[in-house]
Ligand binder design. Structure first.
Ligand code: CMC
Length: 430
């Protein structure tokens, strides 16, 4: 027999609500009939208690620090997979066979070029523009070159659009960087695998060939995997919201990029390194900054700490922290900021405030230190997060489009403003 929850309302009404159980035994009360049957809605600012959909893509147990994509643990994927495989897994629901992998990788190699006209867009951006501003605009404009004339969502060309997006995002990202440093664009080379091709577009010089160190390529592959999906986070929910209007894939993903840019979301990776630099400059006095983060009157927060879902160590941060030492050692990089980060973490984790609120390092805490070590400039950190997250956004957009019951996203509100006021003529207003 299916479970129900009973809700008794103050006006005497009572309603039985179905309880949905997920495959990992998560429980949810289905309130989809609540307003129609009782006239009540639920109120949940920030949606901390609201499931917006059912999904088969990613599972998180925030209390235990578990993250799995299509059932496979993030630790397993990080140790064994390539980013291209993980992209396929997220989007198509299974690890690719040899033949599927070969075809997918081949397509990604062949669709890296952008329409030549799009190159001119870059001339119009200020050279001081943040690469995330450029990237979001460029991804939105992909709909003008590769989308259907109506701009509407369509599954007809889904696979090709997905391939174009995963492939071209690297080119757009690298061109945004080259524009910002006043260097010529480097065209993609279809012989190169995914990460190498991106690194070459970023760092090759006309006068000097860039040959990526395998350590650098492996580190980038790892970081892209760790960012590939994270269920209904803010940017993915944005992609789903925009997609629910039947906006096309490129338009939906462009909106996700803008949501990701915020400093409380993907933009935190850039903020973390800026914060660590500031602490280092201030004599590496970590106690002072832990105290500031605890002070409710001080707006300062420890960037890279805390998470809506994880009330335990973020499993992605654990993998990145482990990789940090290895990558820096193999590359012969000594970054004093890593020492500051470790001390800050140690102090915070032994502090009662952080213990009580269950605030742990998140994915953004150590990632910037690896980005720096492999030569990625600070304002490109969130761009790399974006490249990693694109397959997740695409997977969610596809899942939503294929779900027959999807409705336009349109939350309600509880209005608490003025009631029934009258228009006052301008001349009568004091
Ligand atoms: N430093 C100090 N205090 C914090 C922090 C922090 N980093 N994070 C949360 N808190 C406190 C917060 O002040 C609040 O205290 P109180 O209950 O006394 O008012 C309590 O912890 C709960 O915080 P919240 O802001 O209600 O939690 P949330 O789930 O709404 O926000 C968060 C989650 C990630 C936005 C927040 O922890 C934060 O601002 N962290 C710093 C920014 C950051 O690292 N963002 C990256 C998130 S992970 C990657 C991603 O999503 O892209």
């Amino acid at each position: 027999m299916s479970e129900t929850a009973k809700l008794n309302l103050p006006d005497g009404q009572s309603i039985e609500l179905p309880v949905i159980t997920g495959t990992e035994n998560e429980k949810a009360i289905d309130i989809s009939q609540l307003r129609a049957k009782t006239g009540h809605i639920t109120l949940d600012p920030g949606y901390g208690n609201t499931g917006s959909c059912t999904s088969k893509i990613t599972f998180i147990d925030g209390e235990k620090g578990v993250l799995r994509h299509r059932g496979i643990s993030i630790e397993d994927l990080a140790a064994n997979a390539s980013f291209v495989e993980v992209a396929y897994l997220l989007i198509f629901g299974h690890l690719p066979t040899l033949e599927e992998h070969g075809r997918f990788a081949q397509e990604l190699r062949h669709h890296a070029l952008i329409h030549e006209d799009m190159k001119h867009f870059f001339d119009s951006f200020s050279s001081s523009a943040h690469p995330m501003a450029i990237l979001s605009a460029m991804v939105a404009s992909l709909s003008a070159y590769y989308g259907q004339a109506t701009g509407e969502a369509s599954m007809e060309n889904f696979e090709m659009d997905a391939i174009r997006l995963i492939s071209k995002i690297r080119t757009l990202a690298a061109f945004s960087y080259r524009k910002s440093i006043g260097k010529p664009f480097i065209y993609p080379k279809s012989a190169l695998p995914y990460c190498e091709n991106f690194l070459r577009m970023m760092f090759n010089m006309p006068e000097e060939d860039y040959i990526p160190d395998p350590e650098v390529t492996n580190a980038l592959n790892l970081l892209l995997i760790l960012h590939a999906d994270h269920e209904q986070n803010c940017s993915t929910s944005t992609v789903r919201s925009v997609g629910s209007t039947k906006a096309n894939l490129f338009a939906s993903v462009a909106s996700g990029i803008l949501a990701l840019w915020g400093p409380l979301h993907g933009g935190a990776n850039q903020q973390v390194v800026n914060m660590l630099e500031m602490i280092k400059e201030d004599g590496s006095n970590v106690d002072k900054y832990v105290a500031k983060a605890k002070d409710s009157k001080d707006p300062f927060r420890l960037m890279g700490f805390g998470h809506r879902v994880y009330k335990n160590y973020d499993p992605r941060a654990k993998v990145i922290k482990g990789a940090c030492d290895k990558v820096l050692e193999k590359l012969g990089v000594h970054d004093p900021v890593l020492e500051v980060a470790k001390r800050l973490e140690e102090h915070a984790l032994s502090d009662d405030y952080f213990k009580e609120l269950k605030l742990f390092p998140n994915v953004d805490f150590y990632s910037g230190i690896i980005y720096r070590a492999i030569g990625i400039p600070t304002d490109m950190f969130t761009v790399i997060f974006t490249i990693g997250r694109v397959p997740g956004w695409i997977a969610h957009w596809k899942e939503m489009m294929e779900e027959p019951k999807t409705r336009i996203v349109r939350p309600r509100q509880v209005y608490n403003g003025d009631t029934n006021s009258k228009y006052i003529p301008r001349s009568d207003r004091s």
